[in-house]
Design a protein around this ligand. Structure first.
Ligand code: VGL
Ligand code: ZN
Length: 201
């Protein structure tokens, strides 16, 4: 077993991010068996779940004349527009059915605020609105975080960088992640994470 100050954070392993889903990440399903094994090593296991209301502002369908994967300017900065995905209560928002969720102690839902997207498990995309995860980790004395899941270049990246900036030790296990890779986003994510002090293993 890992030390008691270590947590595994499994990001968004949901149907819509797996092949056949609305925002499918290539090979997204392939990481599930490995994550299930990894779960057994940790005293603390936390899952995140992308959880948008219908008509969320990150959906291209909410902005006339736009298409998925276009960038727009929101009040809080640039935002990629996505196909409708992970709508609250839908099958697409459920965890991949082979993922072992029994051991999870906390499931943190994010992106439920209609006006702000939330890639990171710690802060929404305005970089100010907290999800509450940081307080949970600190009050449990969990300061070493291992992150895995989907997608490497968006939600894993934003979560890892935010956590590193807030002083947590962060390791991203790339074998247990898959990327969207939109316009060089994976290369940018790798350098951004390295710069923030995230260990890429
Ligand atoms: C994600 C795009 C939109 C992710 C979530 O989990 O990486 N990406 N919503
Ligand atoms: Zn989303």
């Amino acid at each position: 077993m890992r030390a008691t100050n270590e947590a595994l954070i499994v990001i968004d392993v949901q149907n819509d991010f797996c092949p056949g889903g609305a925002l499918a990440v290539e090979g997204g399903n392939e990481i599930v068996p490995g994550i299930n094994e990894l779960t057994g090593e940790f005293h603390a296991v936390i899952l995140t779940q992308d959880w948008h209301p219908a008509g969320h502002s990150s959906f291209a369908s909410s902005h006339q004349g736009t298409s998925p994967f276009e960038m727009i300017e929101m009040d809080y900065g640039p935002q990629v527009l996505w196909p409708d995905h992970c709508v609250q209560g839908t099958q697409g928002a459920e965890f991949h059915r082979d993922m072992e969720t029994t051991a999870a102690q906390l499931i943190i839902r994010k992106g439920f605020n209609s006006a702000i997207d939330s890639y990171s498990a710690l802060f929404e995309n305005d970089h100010k609105t907290a999800t509450g995860l940081e307080g949970y980790l600190r009050t449990r004395g969990l300061d070493q975080l291992t992150m895995v899941g989907l997608a490497t270049d968006f939600c894993v990246n934003f979560s890892a960088v935010d956590a590193a900036k807030r002083g947590f030790g962060v390791t991203v296990l790339q074998d247990f992640c898959r990327a969207i890779d939109l316009d060089g986003s994976m290369a940018a994510a790798e350098s951004g994470m390295a710069e923030a002090g995230v260990t890429l293993a």
